[in-house]
Write a protein that binds this ligand. Sequence first.
Ligand code: COA
Length: 156
Amino acid sequence: MRIRRARKADAREISNLRRKTLINVNGKDYAKEQIDYFMEIASPEKISENISMRDMFCIVNNENEIMGVVDLKDNKIGGLFVKHDQIGKNIGTKLLKFIEGFAKKKKLSKVHLFSTKTAIGFYDKNGYKMVEEFKWIPEEHPELKMTSYKMEKNLK
Ligand SMILES: CC(C)(COP(=O)(O)OP(=O)(O)OC[C@H]1O[C@@H](n2cnc3c(N)ncnc32)[C@H](O)[C@@H]1OP(=O)(O)O)[C@@H](O)C(=O)NCCC(=O)NCCS
């Protein structure tokens, strides 16, 4: 497996990966309406926009299939998703270590992220501390109540 920069041509594959992981993995922790909202913001168009605005990377196997994805914008790590049938094979750890190294090369001393409920234990294991838990309502979906978990880590 190798990690490479995401390209605009990857947007559809990344969108499919995220959407399947949302259903199969995050679905255990969220109501259907909440998953539907996360699916909306994982559209190919939105991912394509993120590829231009952020430093996004994917990990690919020998057949060049994308197995996971992560991005960095300023000092915020985002969009860490592993393909649903590849969960628990250390891919998430590899991507997280990679993006932390990339942030260090950019001379950042601290990174933060907004964790899903699903991934809190994973980030905790990787040295992230919970700094804030807050409720918010998506502008486009005032009927939804969401909770986000802000976590941060000092980079050594
Ligand atoms: C969270 C996620 C990125 C982790 O990736 P992964 O490849 O499955 O994790 P790894 O195999 O690298 O796990 C490494 C270690 O963390 C532990 N771990 C993984 N996910 C965990 C979780 N949700 N809670 C607690 N521990 C977890 C593993 O048990 C493993 O421990 P071990 O080394 O003692 O065996 C992945 O499960 C995922 O895509 N989840 C759904 C999407 C999501 O919510 N992403 C976060 C967006 S903020």
